[in-house]
Write a protein that binds this ligand. Sequence first.
Ligand code: Z5A
Length: 206
Amino acid sequence: MKKNLFITLEGIEGAGKSTVIDFIENFITSSGYDVVKTREPGGTAIGEQIREILLNKNNDKLTDDTELLLIFAARAQHLSEIILPNLTSNKIVLCDRFIDASYAYQGAGRGIEQSKINLLENWVMPDIKPDLTFLLDLDPKIAFERTNKRSDADRFESEDIHFFEKIRQYYLERAENEPERFRVINSELSLEDVQEQIKNILKDMV
Ligand code: Z5A
């Protein structure tokens, strides 16, 4: 595994990213690598403040364009403060969501033209792309069953199942178009089986 690998996790809400990210971190650390775990939107003090605006479900006046611009503002800060310096110091960066989420949520989900997202991608992150992306894939119905227990759904989590069906479909198409970067994980299986799939992929890389 190269020392400055950039790994991202993607998937619809409730796919299990938060649950497996610690497993991935532990696996890589115990294989002798330095790992920095981070997330989007967020990952920096400024980015976390932007995250609060984005997730606050009282912000029902937030327009789709404002949402997209805030996400890229947080990403610019995150790249400059955390992602790029750590990759430069030969650390593995493990990030819960990144650029693919913008195309999936703001593009496929909200209906913003890809060209606008492309413009921001070329501006904010012209020279960087994840080396490896785990797409945790599952039927939104199952994800909803897993997360319905949440009484405190945020601005994204409050969207209906059709929103997440569009996002899932888009993620799968994106993964099919970039098979060298994406690894699609069947997240409908038990946590142990999900971890096993991930371990088998990482094992071949270390
Ligand atoms: N967003 C965006 O729109 N555009 C962007 O560019 C970016 C982000 C970067 C916050 O992200 C929001 O930001 C996100 C999209 C938007 N909103 N949505 N949706 P986030 O990643 O922080 O939030 P999230 O997707 O809502 O994360 P989450 O709800 O924490 O989901 P998760 O991390 O994938 O799932 P989990 O918490 O690990 O698992 C959910 C439940 O299932 C939990 O009770 C687990 O114990 C259980 N679970 C997990 N795995 C299993 C298995 N295998 N079997 C059974 N049960 C399981």
